[in-house]
Design a protein around this ligand. Structure first.
Ligand code: AGP
Length: 613
């Protein structure tokens, strides 16, 4: 979704902001712009399309100043165009704003402003914000009071940044609800604002995260945080450890390719400090879980969107099998709008890479309101999901830039496996031998993922064969069913090939009608308790002329005889097998999209962090 960067200090704000916006490119956008305070007035440059167009515009028509704000826009109100791109200037030309979110009462506010003589120059809801601030300034308020008065009128969720030429020593920013985060980076004699940490991480690691309904007055010297009535609020300065270098592509052609290959490291980091292989134990400190609490849990609701929800579906198998706690998995956008029966001994567990997904946050809020304990598995440190949780597990994967999630899928699989062990152990369900075996299996996982990655070339042959397909069907059963969903999601989102993930047993209830020799069928078929069933699905697909690509365990002769091509994975226990079977499917989707010459890291219409409904 939209990205925000702001700067106040002694450097040229244009450069700092453009650089920061480049680091947010992965979020997806359709236009971009920058406004700086230049010689006492506001200089504005905006353009549609990619950031290099804005960069080119700035090269031909430079602007410079020490105070500025910038934005990458993902259109909600009004088509992508220069006039709808942010920043938006008010009618006086003295105030300028950038905004993430949707002003839900925009029509009523606009009508009122129009009746008072305001002029709208864009089709955006954002323009109401700057016009309201100007209105309150004209009534005699100072900038802080005008911003407070404006923010209190807005319905919906927002991240807002604005400044005025009449008070050039400050930028005002606010967070209301979950339209992405607002983070303030504290430097030496300079201060940064961003919607996401990577935008400003090269400048500072000292960050202040705004909570909902907080506003900050940002100056060169630092920040004052307040509520929307202007009352000071205590805040913490967090130290963020991410390395900006890890946000670069390095030797890889695309971030997605790099992130697929980073999974050995991200899984090693996921285990570090949590899995003690010598003592045969797992520690999930940030979860704040006691034995009493574990024993008391009646039900776990896992809620998430997209890839994160697929990880949750695997988690259901792990937790129910090991810890014998009933688990319901529900897509957050559905969960938030039904009436789930959430008893007080329930846990609502959210999974989210960004920790800022609007639907997931709303589902968490619903859980909280109904008295559940909130847990989260989140990648973005300091994100809203992490902050509102009673307990959390951080994914330890580092920033994920490619819109198609890869390393932020396998990390929560391992986190959920560890969680299932911790819960089962706390309930006294694991013998010491079983526990030891589970943990020994875990120790081997990063290495086995490495083995899967070494087989990248084998996947390439298959990618070439099906790169021109128009449809694909992914089949899996049991714990591999979510991997079929995930494989299909990966393919469709970056290669634009229509792909369906299906529980294999359902094939005969409908999708079998699709089978012919034009339809590649990807059958995920490790040697688990569903193996025989999958073999018969492959036979049925072959009997109807389908081209079958199996994902199978090394040495599986049955599959080797039946399938047209096999993507082999090494042995592990069935509980950890999803971590391995998904790897060739990530590679397959990546290679097909790359072969088709598509924009792998920023697929059309998609955004990395979906902060609107
Ligand atoms: C993954 O490839 C997708 N781009 C998408 O489904 C994503 O997983 C989903 O939007 C959830 O995001 P989150 O993990 O940041 O909450």
């Amino acid at each position: 979704m939209c990205g925000i960067v702001g700067y106040i200090g002694d450097q040229n704000a244009t450069e700092v902001i453009l650089n920061g916006l480049h680091r947010l490119e992965y979020r997806g956008y359709d236009s971009a712009g920058i406004a700086v305070l230049e010689n006492g007035s506001i200089a504005l440059r905006r353009d549609v399309g990619k950031l290099n167009r804005l960069a080119e515009l700035l090269k031909n028509s430079p602007i410079a100043g020490n105070v500025g704000i910038g934005h990458t826009r993902w259109a909600t109100h009004g088509v992508p165009s220069e006039r709808n791109a942010h920043p938006h200037l008010g009618n006086t030309g003295k105030v300028v704003v950038v905004h993430n979110g949707i002003v839900e009462n925009f029509i009523a506010l606009k009508a009122e402003l129009l009746s008072e003589g305001a002029v709208f120059r864009s089709d955006t809801d954002t323009e109401t914000i700057v016009l309201l601030v100007e209105k309150f300034l004209a009534e005699g308020m100072d900038l802080i009071s005008a911003a407070c008065a404006t923010l209190k009128l807005l319905q919906g969720a927002h991240g807002v940044v604005l400044f005025s030429i009449d008070e050039p020593d400050k930028i005002i920013t606010a967070r209301m609800g979950n339209a992405g985060g607002v983070v303030i980076g504290i430097g030496e004699g300079e201060t940064f604002i961003a919607s996401d940490i990577p935008a400003i991480l090269e400048h500072t690691r000292k960050m202040v995260f705004l909570e909902t309904h907080q506003m900050a007055v940002v100056t060169k010297k630092g920040v004052d945080v307040m509520d929307l009535d202007g009352n000071p609020v205590d805040y913490t300065v967090s130290s963020v450890a991410w390395d900006p270098v890890s946000a670069e592509k390095g030797e890889y052609r695309h971030f997605m390719q790099k992130e697929i290959h980073e999974q050995v490291r991200s899984l090693t980091d996921t285990l570090a400090g949590r899995a003690d292989f010598e003592r045969g134990d797992i520690y999930l400190q940030e979860l704040n879980l006691t034995r009493e609490k574990a024993e008391a849990i009646g039900k776990i609701f896992i809620t998430a969107c997209g890839t994160a929800a697929h990880a949750g579906m695997v988690g259901k198998y792990l937790i129910e099998h090991l810890a014998k706690i009933p688990v319901e998995v529900e897509i957050a956008s559905e969960f938030r709008y039904r009436d789930p029966i959430i008893a007080e001994n329930s846990v609502v567990l959210a999974i989210s890479q960004s920790g800022e997904t609007a639907d997931t946050l709303a589902a968490m809020t619903l859980g909280k309101e109904q008295g559940a304990t909130l847990w989260s598995i989140v990648n973005a440190i300091g994100s809203q999901a992490m902050r509102i949780s009673d307990g959390s597990i951080s994914m330890q994967t580092g920033p994920e830039i490619g819109v198609a999630s890869t390393k932020a899928f396998t990390a929560p699989l391992v986190d959920l496996y560890m969680l299932a062990i911790v819960l089962a152990d706390a309930k006294g369900l694991l013998s010491s031998e079983t526990k030891q075996t589970l943990i020994t299996d875990l120790a081997k996982i990063p290495g086995l993922v490495g083995e899967c990655l070494l087989r990248e070339k084998d996947v390439e042959e298959v990618s070439k064969k099906i790169m021109n397909a128009e449809n694909a069907l992914y089949l899996g059963r049991g714990i591999q069913m979510p991997i079929a969903y995930e494989g299909a999601l990966k393919l469709k989102e970056i290669s634009y090939i229509h792909a369906e993930g299906y529980p294999a047993g359902e094939m005969k209830h409908g999708p079998i009608a699709l089978l012919d020799d034009d339809l590649p069928v990807v059958a995920i078929c490790p040697q688990d308790r569903w193996h025989d069933k999958m073999i018969s699905q492959i036979e049925q697909a072959k009997a109807r002329g389908a081209y079958v690509i199996a994902v199978a365990e090394d040495g599986d002769e049955k599959v080797a005889l039946l399938a047209d091509d096999v993507l082999w994975v090494p042995h592990t226990s069935w509980l950890l097998m999803p971590v391995l079977t998904v790897i060739p499917l990530q590679i397959l989707a990546y290679q097909i999209a790359a072969l088709r010459g598509l924009d792998v890291d920023q697929p059309r219409n998609l955004a990395k962090s979906v902060t609107v409904e």
